[in-house]
Design a protein around this ligand. Structure first.
Ligand SMILES: Nc1nc2c(c(=O)[nH]1)N[C@H]1C(S)=C(S)[C@@H](COP(=O)(O)O)O[C@H]1N2
Ligand SMILES: [Mo]
Length: 526
């Protein structure tokens, strides 16, 4: 039997060579994806497939629960998989290089398949990027292995100890190793640089939408006045800046939609099926609506909630034109990548200003927030209503369809629960014993907020000043003061909606229909 110990020290270098070569290839692919707009990031495309194929929607649930951290976790796992593949690649290549070529070819084909499920992938450019990536991988692998003095068997195996130094390697082997490690460093650093540039600077970071000019709205809202954040910068501003707006979706690769090809279809249980181009929407009378939207995954005190001045076409107008039949009970939004959210038709027609939105805070919808168009339904959590990259609105019965998150264990109905957040002071703050300003936001779209109260430790609930909101669909800012004796204290806040219904005390976790509970902060008074 062959002694498996023999190749051990070299195995480590060979594995390292495989890992570095894999990252060179990945970086080449990321860079290509960034420069060629019609290529999705291969890491993202692969991640998307893994999520789609994972049994029981296990990963999709993880995405919703992990919230904003999900992308980091997924990216981290993809990178781990890449390391594993790299080790395998290096070891196979050290045996027979052609086996490594086959492995790279196989991964490229899998990546091709994964990429083409992305709506923005164009075959020729994807192929180009994959050929470049495969070539970069195999080329750097060959270079690295050559530095190692060719196949494993050719080196004086057995003289090196497990740490690759003990046992007196020959002088040439030492020199080669140094040259190998230098090349490893150079290739690794280039890959890191190219990959980072690809994902950030050149990358389709999604901050801006493709170049479109917005028409003047038919009706505009007055400019924002009386924002408490101007006075107390710790307090959440009335409108959330677009760059700070939370992002939640199950799309790992952002859909990049060409507005020239895009169509919005309204169909199902309607008298007339309708279709609109992007320009058709822009040519209509657009209205502005101030509305707060929240993710159902938002924890008590969390920041998966934001307010924007949305610009768009009233959903009720489009529905009226299509003419829902008597059997229509549910409005289902479907995105270009197949995601769906559904809500009662009644909600769309009860007077709240639901929109097919094309802009937020005076800019065309950024890609991450749904360019070219999305639904915004005030008062409903995003997962049942706020379809981004909208391509299709279907009217159906209530039982006729379940949106994306419903079979994954989330409630079919998703009204936003009344919630209050303390922005100031922050938990853990050390404060003076003088009068302490406590301030924050509270929301209960579309019911509106009636009153906000705060409490110190087990003391009585005291009402605070509630500032006028932009609309019943947005949060309110509030402020109060408390005098605290020295020591540790807990300050809690809760609200009552404008119908007199108190905020649910809970506590309840986000699943299955939204968190409940009173937000509190701990402060230490000096
Ligand atoms: N196409 C698509 N639209 C989607 C989602 C999605 O995964 N895909 N997620 C929804 C969820 S769960 C939320 S909370 C909101 C968040 O919108 P935002 O990212 O613009 O803040 O988008 C909704 N629209
Ligand atoms: Mo969400």
């Amino acid at each position: 039997m062959a002694d498996p110990e023999v190749a051990v020290p070299n195995r480590r270098l060979v594995s390292l060579a495989g890992v570095v070569a894999t990252f060179v290839g990945l970086a080449a692919a990321e860079l290509a994806a960034a420069l060629l707009v019609t290529v999705p990031s291969p890491l993202d495309a692969l991640g998307q497939q893994v999520v789609a194929l994972a049994p029981g929607g296990f990963l999709t649930t993880a995405i919703e629960i992990l919230g904003p951290a999900n992308r980091a976790v997924l990216l981290g796992s993809s990178l781990l998989v890449a390391v594993g593949l790299g080790v395998l690649l290096g070891r196979l290549a050290a045996g027979r290089f052609v086996v490594a070529v086959a492995l790279v070819g196989g991964v490229a084909v899998a990546a091709l398949a994964a990429s083409l499920t992305s709506p923005d992938a164009a075959l020729p450019t994807v192929l180009l990027a994959l050929v470049a990536a495969s070539w970069a991988t195999l080329g750097s692998l060959r270079l690295l292995l050559a530095r190692l003095g060719a196949p494993v068997a050719a080196t004086s195996a057995g003289t090196d100890g497990p740490d690759g130094r003990r046992g007196g390697p020959t002088a040439t082997a030492a020199v080669d190793r140094r040259r190998f490690l230098r090349l490893t460093g150079v290739l690794g650093a280039s890959a890191a640089l190219a990959g980072t540039l690809g994902r950030t600077t050149f990358g389709f970071a999604g901050a801006a939408a493709p170049d479109v000019t917005l028409p003047e709205p038919a009706s505009t809202l007055p400019p924002i006045r009386g924002d408490l954040a101007a006075e107390l910068p710790e307090v959440t501003p009335l409108l959330t800046p677009v760059d700070d707006f939370f992002r939640i979706d199950a799309a790992i690769a952002l859909p990049r939609v060409d507005p020239a090809d895009w169509r919005l279809r309204i169909h199902g249980l309607v008298d007339r099926e309708l279709e609109f181009t992007y320009q058709d929407l822009l040519d209509r009378d657009l209205v502005e609506v101030d509305a707060t939207i929240s993710c159902v995954s938002n924890e008590v005190g969390g920041d998966l909630v934001g307010t924007a001045r949305w610009l768009g076409v009233p959903l009720v107008e489009l529905l009226d034109e299509a003419g829902p039949t008597a059997r229509a009970e549910q409005v289902v939004g479907r995105s270009v990548d197949g995601w769906t959210g559904g809500f009662p038709l009644e909600v769309a027609t009860d007077g709240r200003e639901a929109l097919v939105a094309v802009a937020m805070n005076d800019v065309p919808l950024p890609v991450r927030h749904g360019f070219p168009a999305r639904l915004v339904v005030p008062g409903l959590y995003g997962y049942v209503s706020a379809t981004k990259w909208l391509q299709d609105i279907e009217l159906t019965t209530w039982d006729g369809f379940d949106g994306y998150w419903v079979p994954r264990g989330w409630s079919k109905q998703g009204p936003v629960k009344t919630m209050t957040r303390i922005d100031l002071p922050a938990s853990g703050d050390r404060v003076e014993d003088a009068d302490l300003v406590v301030a924050g936001v509270a929301w209960a779209p579309v019911r509106g907020i009636g009153q906000v109260e705060i409490r110190v430790d087990d003391g009585p609930w005291e009402p605070v000043e509630v500032l006028p909101p932009l609309s019943e669909a947005t949060w309110v800012q509030w402020r109060g003061t408390v005098a605290l004796p020295p020591g540790d204290h807990t300050i809690a806040a809760r609200a009552v909606d404008a119908h007199g219904e108190p905020q649910p005390e809970g506590p309840a976790p986000p699943a299955p229909d939204g968190a409940e509970g009173w937000h509190s902060v701990r402060v230490e008074v000096a």
